[in-house]
Design a protein around this ligand. Structure first.
Ligand code: NAI
Length: 330
């Protein structure tokens, strides 16, 4: 057994965490040989509900769960953490404009970025799931100048998994047959799920499917609007699948992507594929031992270019809004 890993999770009394925490505690994030110390952050009014979740964690008697601490103070929760999953966020209220949402969340992620900067372990890896995830990650990153920028990421693995299944079902194959999927851009309805660089059974996925109309009119909108479709069907937003993707994103980051495949991850752009440097945008990435690299050299045709540019334009607007509001320095 190695030293326990400290994992911070925010929004711990929320719906995603009701699935996420139990999967982390059962060993699905760090594997069967690593104990975990959970450090859970909530806002003060939700602490009582969180105590109930902790009682349930206790009642699972998970062998790998070393300890659980809860608090409404980010400085306490982030003390010494190796992994931080920032799930908690302000939902969009009635009549709230997108810029109000960015600002409300900006306040949260400014504070959490500073707290991570001051208290997290030197090897911390941070994933933002709470929406608007890319820009929340950007704000946290800007408020944590002592943490290397490559330690910040936002979740697009849920979109990636949605795309894998849509493609697999269309081609009547199982999901592991579909590789090299990419989500480009923002985790929002403008995202671009890219089948043109994906493979099915080792062959170009778009060619195997051979149906451009389906790709444009069915595949892309289905993946991009899946969140809304789930709310419509279930009456509340994706929770178990978001928890699953948050685990998979972080596990792949720590343990590495399989040979011959990649994952989608929103990370700080270095200018690759014409995405302005500094934006947190989703790319195809390979990972190894806790580091990631953007896959280079993919040819981007006119169709893909237009889709990527549209999503990146939205990210640029979001960045401009939070810069104007003084949440990051331009
Ligand atoms: P939820 O509303 O059930 O839970 C959110 C929790 O965060 C609440 O318990 C709330 O008290 C807490 N919270 C709010 N402000 C906080 C703060 N400053 N510090 C700590 N905790 C705080 O929401 P749910 O369903 O768990 O979703 C969480 C977030 O994940 C939402 O922003 C949602 O839009 C986002 N999401 C992202 C996905 C992705 O693929 N990136 C997919 C699905 C959801």
């Amino acid at each position: 057994m190695t030293t326990p890993v400290k994992v911070a999770v925010t929004g711990a009394a929320g719906q995603i965490c009701y699935s996420l925490l139990f999967r982390i505690a059962s060993g699905q994030l760090l594997g069967p040989d690593t104990k975990v110390q959970l450090r859970l952050l909530e806002i003060t009014p939700a602490l009582k509900a969180l105590e109930g979740v902790v009682m349930e964690l206790d009642d699972c008697a998970f062998p790998l769960l070393d300890s659980v601490e809860i608090s409404d103070d980010a400085n306490t929760v982030f003390d010494g953490v190796n992994v931080a999953m920032l799930v908690g966020a302000r939902p969009r209220g009635k009549g709230m404009e997108r810029s109000d949402l960015l600002e409300a969340n900006g306040q949260i992620f400014t504070g959490q970025g500073k707290a991570l900067n001051d208290h997290a372990a030197d090897d911390v890896r941070i994933t933002v799931t709470g929406n608007p995830a890319n820009t929340n990650a950007l704000i946290a990153m800007h408020n944590a100048p002592d943490i290397p920028t490559e330690r910040f990421s936002a979740l697009t693995r849920l979109d990636h998994n949605r795309a894998l299944t849509q493609a697999a079902q269309k081609a009547s194959v199982s999901t592991p047959e579909v590789t090299k999927m990419t989500i480009w851009g923002n985790h929002s309805a403008t995202q671009y799920p890219d089948l043109f660089h994906a493979e099915i059974g080792g062959r170009n996925a778009a060619e195997v499917i051979g149906d451009q109309a389906w790709i444009e009119n069915d595949f892309i909108p289905t993946v991009a609007q899946r969140g809304a479709a789930i709310i419509e069907a279930r009456g509340s937003s994706s929770a178990a699948s978001a928890a699953n993707a948050t685990i998979e994103h972080t596990r792949l980051w720590l343990q590495g992507t399989p040979e011959g495949d990649w994952t989608s991850m929103a990370v700080r752009s270095d200018g690759s594929y014409g995405v302005p440097e500094g934006l947190i945008s989703s790319f195809p990435v390979t990972t190894k031992d806790g580091d990631w690299e953007i896959v280079q050299g993919l040819e981007i045709d006119e169709f893909s270019r237009g889709r990527i540019d549209a999503s990146v334009a939205e990210l640029t607007e979001e960045r401009d809004t939070v810069t104007e509001k003084g949440l990051i320095q331009g």
